[in-house]
Design a protein around this ligand. Sequence first.
Ligand code: UDX
Length: 431
Amino acid sequence: MADVAVIGAGYVGLTTAVCLAHLGHDVIGADIDEDRVERLNKGEVPILEDGLPELLAEGLASKRLRFVVGARNAASVADFVFLCVPTPQGDDGSADLSFVDAVAREIATALRPGTVVINKSTMPVGSTKRVQRVLAEAGAPHEDVLVASNPEFLREGTSVRDFLQPNRVVIGCTDTSVAVRVSELYRNLNAPILVTDPASAEMIKYASNAFLATKISFVNAIANLCEAVDADVREVALGMGYDQRIGFEFLYPGPGYGGSCFPKDTAALLYAAEQSGYDFSLLKGVVRVNREQHERMVTKLTALVGGSLSGRTIAVWGLTFKANTDDLRDSPALVIVRRMLEEGATVRAYDPAAGERAAELAPGLEVGADPYEVCHDADALAVLTEWDAFRWMNFDRVAQMLQTPTVLDTRNILDPAALRRQGFTYEGVGR
Ligand code: UDX
């Protein structure tokens, strides 16, 4: 079992740290946020993530896991240092690597010979080389410090499961013996391990996310066409999904994709394509369809309330970028809410996890603590996130609360026939 440092205790770093401790390694998690470190050492998880509290408690109790402030001390006693710091989107779409560079400079002279630094966060092609260079420039013993790429494929909400039951583990490294050492960390997982060169490993991450985004934009485009020709996209997706070459996953139409990864990673890939002189028109189309899909929801809602949102009151269920997370980053729901507010609507929203933080991100938005209360006297209800609880609401009560029983179901999670029987005007996506 290895001594591991995980730098950064966000979604990716925290999941990596608790899961590696669960696999039997000795793990030190590092973060710059003192408060976060203190809370983690007490077993408090700052994010909503299934399974994380249990594994954190297990790691702390077994003494295989602890958290410290600052990267340097953690890195100085590690055989493997995972870089899990943010790589936010720069103004031009490129990934901003300033946090990565700063950590590399901070840890460079503290590393022991033979330590492997592992890029876990999503970083552009060329970042493995770049980290190696920054480490060397900052005084790391060049021959002895090795860098590998080991991208994550963790979905928020199921990140623990995705880590412990991965479809694959990808390791990009120029030195096969180092790749073998990294693969040993995952010895207890039942997954194929792909060892490749760093550039290919980095590209695998971007290509995977861009492909999934493409699938979503494709099915959203088909949904829009279904509306025009009176077909039901859910039947269409089912019929497509049985073809094993296509598969069922990521074929759910909706208000467009969001979150901390797809919008950022598609932008970074487009930036990289542009830099290398390749016109990636397919991916540009994917991004455009996604933007149009957000706006299409606003158009649908406008039509439902009689042609103008001005002076209307809209109840909203769901603000996070998808269900089972409290993450609001790049949430399509917030884009749609902001557009409604711009058009002059009053918007009252309920979300099981996002809470008051959402109001700060969409000035003017009223956030309520009760899904029925936000419907009071509203002209329509818009369901923007697919929280399971929304399926099981008492829609007779919702109908009584609304001024007119009208619902826009952007996630296709409700039963149109049942709602229509209850007197609702129902509108979904592509059905
Ligand atoms: C994603 C990738 O799945 C993961 O592998 C990567 O490492 C990080 O980014 P995540 O951002 O947590 O994970 O969300 P994901 O479940 O992939 O959904 C992304 C967006 O697509 C959400 O807005 C979701 O609502 C939307 N989506 C997903 C659809 O609209 N339709 C679908 O069929 C699937």
